[in-house]
Design a protein around this ligand. Sequence first.
Ligand SMILES: NC(=O)c1ccc[n+]([C@@H]2O[C@H](COP(=O)([O-])OP(=O)(O)OC[C@H]3O[C@@H](n4cnc5c(N)ncnc54)[C@H](O)[C@@H]3O)[C@@H](O)[C@H]2O)c1
Length: 260
Amino acid sequence: MQSRTALVTGGAQGLGLAIGGRLVSDGFDVVLADVDGEAVLEAADLIGATGVRMDVTDDAAVASVFAELPDGQLDVLVNNAGIISRQPASEFDSVQWDREMAVNLGGAMRCSRAAFEMLTASANPSVLNLASVGSTFGLPQRLGYSTTKAGVLGLTRTLAAEWGPHGIRVNAIAPGYVETQMMRSGFATGALDESRLLDRTPLGRFGTADEIAAAASFLASADASFVTGIVLKVDGGITIDGSFHARPHPAGSLSRTDPI
Ligand SMILES: NC(=O)c1ccc[n+]([C@@H]2O[C@H](COP(=O)([O-])OP(=O)(O)OC[C@H]3O[C@@H](n4cnc5c(N)ncnc54)[C@H](O)[C@@H]3O)[C@@H](O)[C@H]2O)c1
C-alpha cells in the first residue's frame, strides 16, 4: 500500500493529538506541528509520529516545515491549532484580537496555501479545518474566537470550491464541548456552566477527543471521496437543540428552568 502523510497543526495535546493518533492507526505517516516545541516532541513519541515546532502565524516557519516534509508528500492537512480568550467585547484587547485572527484563521490559510502543491499530487487529498459551536452560535465574551470560527466555515467553503477541480476535498469538523484543556479552562474561570451545557445537549454528555478523531478519520478516508465543503458537527446535538424550556432529563438530575 502506498504511504500517506498527514500533518496536524496544534498537535501537542487535546484534539490535535487525538486526531494524530487516530491517523497513525489508520496507516498515515503523521507529522504533529505545534508552537510548543518540547510538548510536540513528547506527544509525537507517544503516538509514533514525527514532532516539529511550528508557529502557524509565521509565514517563514510554515513554508520551511512544509518544504521539509519527507519525499515532498502530503495527503491530509488538519488545521487544528487554535486559541481562545474570554473578555467583554466592549473592552476587547486589540493585540489579542490580532492573535486570534492570526492563529485560528490565518494559520489555516497559511498552512493550506503551503500544502496546495503537494496535495495536488495525492490520490485522495484533503484539508480538515476545526470549526466550533462558535461557528453557529454567538458566544458572549468570546468575540475573537466566535468570529474566527465563523470565518473557518467561509475558508472551508471557498477552498472547497476553488480546489475541487484539483481533486482536493476541504471540510470542517465542528466539535461540541469536548473534554480538553480548552474546555476545562472555561469551567475554571466560570465562563462555562457545566450543568447548563449538559442540559442543552440532547445526548446529555460531553464528547471525547476520540469521537472528534473518528470524524477526522472518516473525512480523510476514501469513504468520504465525494464529500467536500461540509461542516460535520460532532456536538451531541447542542447546536440543533430547540427546547427553550426546561427539559425533563431521563436521569432526573438535570433540568433548566430559565429560558435562554
Ligand atoms: N475542546 C473543545 O471542546 C473544542 C470545541 C470546538 C472546537 N475546538 C477546536 O479544536 C481545536 C483544538 O482544540 P483543543 O481543545 O485541543 O485545544 P488545546 O488548547 O488543548 O490545544 C491547542 C494546541 O494548539 C497549539 N497552538 C496554539 N497556538 C499555536 C500556533 N500559533 N501555532 C501552532 N500551534 C499552536 C497549542 O500549543 C496546543 O497544543 C481548536 O481549533 C479549537 O478551537 C475545540
